[in-house]
Each structure stands twice: as structure tokens, then as C-alpha cells.
Write a protein that binds this ligand. Structure first.
Ligand code: HEM
Ligand code: HEM
Length: 203
């Protein structure tokens, strides 16, 4: 007899909202930023002042939407997610040395990705605000601000390509997309990738 497929909840609505708000804004900022950055695209599209405004309005929308999700959403759940992402144990170190080790709700790679995403978000916002202020007041002009903003974009792009490969293409991990869209994943998949988390759920 075929065994029944069992699903378990992986991401609540608030967590999914934070992820998709961040992802949507990031793509908007990346697209407008790249048109500003790549000379061929800049010439092709033209209308630089409009693009600059679009870029900055997307940034403001991104921060406002994240604040709104946190204020209106399930903050207890978000605090739990932050704790899950923050805990780094011996199994995570073993896993990073590419040896098999049971993982919690997030594996060590995902914890590093989340920490970098949060740090980069902050650095993008600080450097972007300085670029905007620097155009209006010379006291905020620093030679390295644009370099920082550009480097953040390069590294984010590499991280994003890896992230998309794991979420959309790599057969062993792409089932995770179901969790980020509908909220739940198959329990046998979760058991294979996040066994410590599944055990905690059963307690
Ligand atoms: C709060 C977030 C952000 C703010 C406030 C912000 C603001 C700005 C501003 C004011 C500029 C200067 C435009 C100019 O003078 O030509 C700029 C340029 C740019 N931004 Fe952002 N930005 C943010 C996030 C991002 C993100 C997430 C990315 C990419 C993933 C990005 C990529 C770029 C690029 C590629 C440029 C062109 C830089 C160059 O010409 O060398 N920005 N940004
Ligand atoms: C179409 C675009 C995207 C897809 C399909 C996607 C997919 C996913 C999926 C399926 C997960 C859950 C993995 C799990 O089960 O634990 C996830 C988590 C996450 N995503 Fe995305 N994502 C996208 C864009 C982005 C962007 C643009 C960023 C940041 C710039 C981002 C940052 C994160 C972070 C920090 C996590 C939690 C840690 C991790 O799983 O690495 N995502 N994403």
C-alpha cells in the first residue's frame, strides 16, 4: 500500500511576506541599479534622473513594506525565526566541513546566507542614503561610498545565483520552494534535510 504524503508547516504567512517583500524589492533595486551602472544599458534606456528616482523610491518602499509586515504580522513567530537562524552549534561546524551532520530548521549555509542578507541590507541602506545625501550636501560625500555600494551589488549577485540554483534547480533542495510559497513541505524531505527540527516538532 502506498504510504500517505504528510506535510508539515515550514514558513508562516508573516515569514513568507518578509521573504517575498525583500526579494521583490531586491530585484527592483538590482534592475534599476544595473541600468544606472552599466554604460550600455544607461545609454539604451536613457532617462537617468527617472531611473535614479525609481531606484530611491523602491528603496523607501522596501523599508516601509518591511516595517509594515513586522508591525502588522506575527512578531512572536519572527522572533522565533531569528532565534532559529542565530543558533550555531557543533553540528553546523561539522556540516560546514562538508561532513554529514543533522541540521535544525535551517542548515549552516542558510544561517550564513541569512546573516549576510541582513548585513548587506543594512549596508546597502547606509551607503545608498549617503549617495543620496551626498548629492545634496558635500559633507556627506565620501570617495568610497559608491565603491561599497557597487561591491555589495557584486557579492549579492553571486549569493543570489547560488540561492536561486538551490531553490529552483538543484533536485535535492528545490522542494523547499513549496515551503516558501504555500507554507508547508513534505515531512520525509524535512526529515532528510532538517532532522533536528522535525524531531523538535514532534516533541
Ligand atoms: C536602501 C537601499 C538603497 C538605497 C537608498 C540606494 C540608493 C542609491 C543611490 C542614491 C544611488 C546613486 C544613483 C546615482 O547617483 O547614479 C544608487 C546607485 C546604485 N545602486 Fe543603490 N540603493 C539601495 C539599494 C541597492 C541595492 C539592493 C542594489 C543592488 C542589488 C543597488 C544597486 C545600485 C547600483 C548598481 C547603483 C549604480 C552605482 C554606480 O553608478 O556605480 N542599490 N543607489
Ligand atoms: C525568485 C527569487 C527567490 C526564490 C525562488 C527564493 C526561494 C527561497 C526559498 C525556497 C527559501 C526557503 C528555503 C528553506 O526551506 O529553508 C528561501 C529562503 C531565503 N531567501 Fe530566498 N528566494 C528568492 C529570492 C531571494 C532574494 C532576492 C533574497 C535576498 C536578497 C533571498 C534571501 C533568502 C534568505 C536570507 C532565506 C533564508 C535562508 C536561506 O534559506 O538561505 N531570497 N528563499
Amino acid at each position: 500500500m502506498a504510504s500517505e504524503i504528510v506535510y508539515i508547516e515550514r514558513f508562516a504567512r508573516t515569514e513568507r511576506a518578509v521573504h517575498w517583500v525583500h526579494a521583490t524589492a531586491f530585484f527592483g533595486l538590482l534592475a534599476t541599479g544595473l541600468v544606472l551602472y552599466v554604460p550600455r544599458l544607461s545609454i539604451l534606456v536613457g532617462r537617468r534622473p527617472l531611473l535614479k528616482n525609481l531606484h530611491v523610491y523602491t528603496a523607501v518602499g522596501w523599508i516601509a513594506a518591511l516595517v509594515l509586515v513586522v508591525v502588522l504580522g506575527d512578531r512572536r513567530r519572527l522572533r522565533q525565526t531569528v532565534r532559529d537562524l542565530d543558533e550555531f552549534d557543533g553540528d553546523d561546524l561539522i556540516w560546514l566541513r562538508r561532513r554529514p551532520a543533522p541540521q535544525g530548521r535551517f542548515n549552516a549555509g542558510q544561517k550564513i546566507n541569512a546573516a549576510l542578507t541582513a548585513a548587506f541590507g543594512l549596508l546597502f541602506a547606509v551607503s545608498g542614503s549617503l549617495l543620496w545625501l551626498g548629492e545634496r550636501d558635500h559633507r556627506f560625500q565620501f570617495a568610497s561610498t559608491i565603491m561599497l555600494h557597487d561591491w555589495l551589488m557584486y557579492v549579492s549577485l553571486v549569493l543570489l545565483i547560488g540561492h536561486l540554483y538551490l531553490a529552483l534547480i538543484y533536485p535535492a533542495t528545490r522542494h523547499s520552494l513549496r515551503g516558501m510559497i504555500s507554507g508547508s513541505v513534505r515531512s520525509d524531505w524535512a526529515e532528510r534535510h532538517h532532522s533536528k527540527w522535525v524531531r523538535e516538532q514532534r516533541q
